[in-house]
Design a protein around this ligand. Sequence first.
Ligand code: GLC
Ligand code: CA
Length: 554
Amino acid sequence: MAWYDHAIIYQLYPKSFQDSNGDGIGDLNGIRARIPYLKALGITAVWLNPVFTSPQVDNGYDVANYYAIDPTMGTMADMDALIAAFHAAGIHVILDFVLNHTSDQHPWFQDALRGADSLYRDYYIFAGHEGKRPSNWGSFFGGSVWAPDPSGSGQSYFHLFDRRMPDLNWANPEVRHAMGDVADYWLQKGVDGLRLDAFIHIAKAKLDQDFPDAVPAATPVLAEPFYANLPQVQTWLRPFCRRLKTDYPDVFLLGEAASANVNLAAAYTAPDAGLMDSVVTFRYFPDDLSGLDPQLPTQYQEHPLDLPAFKQTQAVWQQTLAGLAQPTLYWSNHDMPRLGTRVAHSAQQAQSLAMLMYLQRGLPIIYYGEELGLTNLQLPDAAAFGDPTVTAFVTEATAAGMTPEAAVKLVSTTHKLPARGPMPWDDGAQRGFTTGTPWLTGAAAPVASVAAQAADPTSSLAFYQQLIALKKRPLFQDGDYHLLTTAETSYVYTRQLGSALAVVAVALGATTTVTLPQGHYHALLTSGAVHLAGPQLTLGEDAGVVLIREGAIE
Ligand code: GLC
Ligand code: CA
């Protein structure tokens, strides 16, 4: 049993957690000052989004130096102090490890731009000639994956994300080795785990073939089958992961596998695969697209969660990974709107959904502020997103008859950036996040601060504390998961360990009833209106309950 088999992870977005020097940007010393809060919450590990030297084109995912801390975050001494303080508090530290690409300001890329003679030319992916793009593949951040070599060679370089984030060439063994050295540096420092950012993209198909699609060949199209989850991903990462696991047997390798389906997740995390311990998939949340407005571009319209499909998805992931690996359990992260914006229409529903998610088998990853019921900010205008796809959406939506204000309001509920707002610590100026002006500002729903919630036993924070305490019981860590057959309007499962049995029952909408397995039960945690009469459980709208069967020993 490794420490991470029972980890309860808190995803901490360093820019928005706590500012310590008044520049409006959260930093390492700010985080350190808040460790008592995290300890009281009960989490056992933190995952920090990137804190390395970066021009901040993509909030730190564009790394210019893997061996140094970004000056806005603090110094290496601050980082060492932070890691030591987390460890003293019994909290493990997981760092974001950006391995698919670097910043264009990274010395490797700067050297590569010197031309074909550079020793680093083959660290990146240069292709084509005479300024012609090798293929029609589209970038996740809009436009083509190809950008012209600025040094004028007539070649193009490959970037799956922003053009200032060139992809590393993992086909080159030197790159694989160099990235292993980076990981080694941090693990030697005592970091306990790495989140392998966008690892599923390190292998690309033959570069000079267009992706067959209906749109004219010159228009860039997303071509995921050509650059996601290719078999070489596993071939190249296996020695990389083995090296880390050999040198640091306790290291936790958490992969970000956005488009991995459950079978790929199994392939990435099975114990004999020699790869990762767990992965985060984005396939957890099937969208209900039936309400889309055909007049508007789909990207930033609301995509409500299809609850019956979601229930099925959860059950499938639980069953497929049973006995094999730990699924991750999460509701939001920095790349999607917050739970309270995207799915839950009330604080109480958010709590029921948290109960449903985190008491399943697997590793909770709680996105900072979720425990308070935080929702997305409402950003003031299209420019505030700093994202050309938003400007394009607002232009198109306006042409289709929407007001620009309404379009910006809509994007504020569907875009990732408004999910990264400052943590509300108290009720003073800037809610205790900073004495200056927060790096990201916008209208916020009136969510009670940490200070207020800590003093209120009925708060969302108090609920999460109880939920996390429950999750630490062996029954919810090691117990078997079993789906109960109930109406589409509820998601009900049991966790069983020896003779101990718990039922987790959540209404997926209107009031619903459930017949319980034999036995007498009492409630350990409730959210909303719940009524128990013999084997009949009635759940009010969006209500949830955790029941334990009496008389058994856990
Ligand atoms: C991952 C990160 C995302 C980032 C991208 C590029 O998907 O979660 O925030 O933009 O990788 O590094
Ligand atoms: Ca700061």
